[in-house]
Design a protein around this ligand. Structure first.
Ligand code: AMP
Ligand code: ZN
Length: 139
């Protein structure tokens, strides 16, 4: 499986940097976003390195969406949000900051006014870790 030694998500897959892991299978990995745009913000990535929607293989994007659906269900069970976005960004104008294809699973609250290109603000790591444990228990 292709990987890029300079890629932060490939390093997470390889276990070289820590993550709040939610789920892993042969082809995909899901973990908490450490700069959450909303409480429960998670990411799902293919293990195969590919920069964006144009580079990712059809198999990898399908596997990623399948895992994202499972994570969305677990987040729903855990947080009972009013809504949820599955989102994927490509290129600087779309605010892609990590060039390894990924899907955001974004729980939404009525009136939260979350906009695209929301900007990155570090979350509370203890709270994110505790939430990851709750979401995992609902998989
Ligand atoms: P994007 O802006 O669509 O490329 O999304 C990349 C996401 O990766 C952002 O929401 C970041 O907060 C998130 N991110 C970056 N580094 C890490 C990390 N080490 N662990 C978890 N999430 C990360
Ligand atoms: Zn990568």
């Amino acid at each position: 499986m292709s990987s890029d030694s300079d890629c932060i998500f490939c390093k997470i897959i390889a276990g070289e940097i820590p993550s709040f892991k939610l789920f892993e299978d042969e082809n995909t990995l899901a973990f908490m976003d450490i700069n959450p745009a909303s409480t429960g913000h998670a990411l799902v990535i293919p293990k195969e390195h590919a920069a964006d929607v144009h580079a990712v293989s059809e198999a990898a994007i399908a596997q990623t969406v399948k895992t994202a659906k499972m994570i969305a269900l677990a987040i729903d069970r855990t947080l009972n949000p009013d809504g949820l976005n599955l989102l994927q960004c490509n290129g600087p104008a779309a605010a892609q900051s990590v060039m390894h294809f990924h899907m955001h699973v974004l729980p939404r609250r009525e009136g939260d006014e979350l906009k695209l290109n929301w900007g990155l603000e570090p979350g509370d790591m203890d709270a994110i870790g505790a939430l990851a444990e709750r979401i995992r228990s609902n998989l």
